[in-house]
Structure formats: structure tokens, C-alpha cells
Design a protein around this ligand. Sequence first.
Ligand SMILES: O=C(O)CCC(=O)C(=O)O
Ligand SMILES: [Fe+2]
Length: 327
Amino acid sequence: MAQPDYAASRTVDFDEIPVVDVSELDTAVGRARISADIMAAAQTSGFFYISGHGIHQGLIDRAFAASRDFFALPADDKATVQVNTDQRGWMGQGMTHLEGAKTHDAKEVFFWGWDVDADNKDVKAGVPMVAVNQWPDAVAPDLKPQLMAYYLSVVDMGRKIMGALATGLGREATFFDKAYAAPLARGQLVYYPAMTEDDRMAQRFGAAAHSDFGALTILKQDDVGGLQVQNLAGEWIDAPPLPGTFVCNIGDLLERWSNGRLVSTKHRVLNSSGRSRYSVPIFFDPASQTPIDPADFGAVDPNYTVVTAGEHIAGRNGRNFKQYQKD
Ligand SMILES: O=C(O)CCC(=O)C(=O)O
Ligand SMILES: [Fe+2]
């Protein structure tokens, strides 16, 4: 199905979304160069690809296979882990209506996060967004082991990227370590069915235009394509899948934390390929009670006051997903 008029875009210029090779992030010299490259992107388009990340393709392939198997299950099976107001579990189509969008998104999602049990002190204390995962062990026993193996490697890499951003923002490379010891790091499996005629009539997107709520998004997309990013001129450009890379982008929480120095950019997904599309974003957010204090990075813009990470994200969830809304 051709791209409809309401979603016109053009192919990306690679100076707008650069590819940064992060293979030398463990050395001081490498980190200085990579930090400069990442900062240049984070302060302009807010988007960059990373290559040389060292995450094994096998881990990625197994996470995507587990995702396909899960979404292919009958709705009754998926509903055994129906999404709750801790934002854990399966959310069927029609439940995401992003702020400012004409209609709901076409996507289906499985949400999970940092894996804690019911005895965890933050769970017991009701700290925002810290919750027990809902794993569909009875109907998809492979999902938890495949996703957690993948997730923990992305978390490792995420910590290194945050180190590079810390030095770029004038702090020690270890600045974010405490906040990311047991991060929120929200994971999502996303399934975008092939666009239908109904979707086209409703001007529906797989995911309507939005900026991400958290700090840093680390996204793996399959080979289908459909991610579009709004550039500085306000045009929509395609961010196609590039083999061996992840797409990273700055979210609203880090824009706020950095006094707007790092930019959180609008993006959207349109799956006009005629095929199913799958992606796995990890929203790499700090621990819930982390104060997001713009004073950490210099002069304070009065637009940005101090909030905690968990409060900020919980607030955005409440405004964008049906499970939080009373009819
Ligand atoms: O699936 C994608 O390529 C992007 C997903 C996305 O933007 C999101 O879930 O916030
Ligand atoms: Fe997003």
C-alpha cells in the first residue's frame, strides 16, 4: 500500500540522523569522541543510530521471535496478562490515544520493566512505576527469558551511552550511575499490523506523532521500516532500519533535566508496507525517585522545575492510555 498523503515523508539525509560507532566507548579517548558525536546529534535532531554496540544478533533475533510468537497468540491468551495501571502486560489495539492525535494508534503492545518481586521495598511502598512484571508464563513460557537476556544487554549499553551524555553535559562519566543502578528502563514489544483501508480512512498511524516521555529511547526495529522523525525544518523524514544498528533518541525527561540542551523530537510510525512490523523500544529511564533537577546541568530555565522521574512518566501514561481513564 502506497504511503498516504496525510503521512508524506522523504528519505533521511544521514547528516540529520547520524550513525555513531560506539565500539570504543570503554576507552577514555573513544568516549571523548563518541560523546562529542552523540552530543552533536542530541542537541540538533535528538536522534542518532548506534553501531558497534556488541549486542549479539542472536539475542536480538530471539527477542523478536518471542515477540512474534506472543502477538500471534489468541486474544484470550494474551488477555491473561491484560495491561494494568502499573503499565505491565498486554495492551490490545485501540487503547493508545496519544495527546493531540486524531484517533487511536493501530499498534498492540506488551509492557515490562526492571524485574522486581512483590517483596521489593519500592513495590511495597507504592513508588510510582515500580511494579511486578506480568509474564505470560502459562501461554508463552519463553517470553521472559528471551526478553530479559536482550533487555539486560541493552541496559548495559544504555548505561554507557548515559556516561557519554554525562561527560558531554560537563559532568563526570559516572554522574548517572546511581540513578541507573536499578532503573525504570521500561521495555515494550510493539506490533504494528499492516495498515488497512479503515486506518487510511481514519488517517490512523501505527503510532501517531509524539515525543517520548522518558530519558533515552533505545529502539530496535525489524526490516520493514515506517519510523519517521520530524526534522528541524518541520518536515517528516524516514528513519529506515539500518542492519546492525539501534535507533536512539532523547526523550522529554532528559530534555527537561538538561535545561533543553538535549532535544526530544517528535516521531511517528506508519506501516504502509503491507506486512506486519515489530519493534522493541527500551525507554531507558532512571530510578523512579531520581530528582530530575535542571540545576544538575547549569543555569536553570524557569520552564523546568524539579520532578521525580516516576511522577513525570506516570503523569504522561495517565494522559495517553485508556487503562488509566474512566469512561
Ligand atoms: O516502533 C518504532 O519504530 C517507534 C516506536 C515509538 O516511537 C514508541 O514506542 O515510542
Ligand atoms: Fe516514541
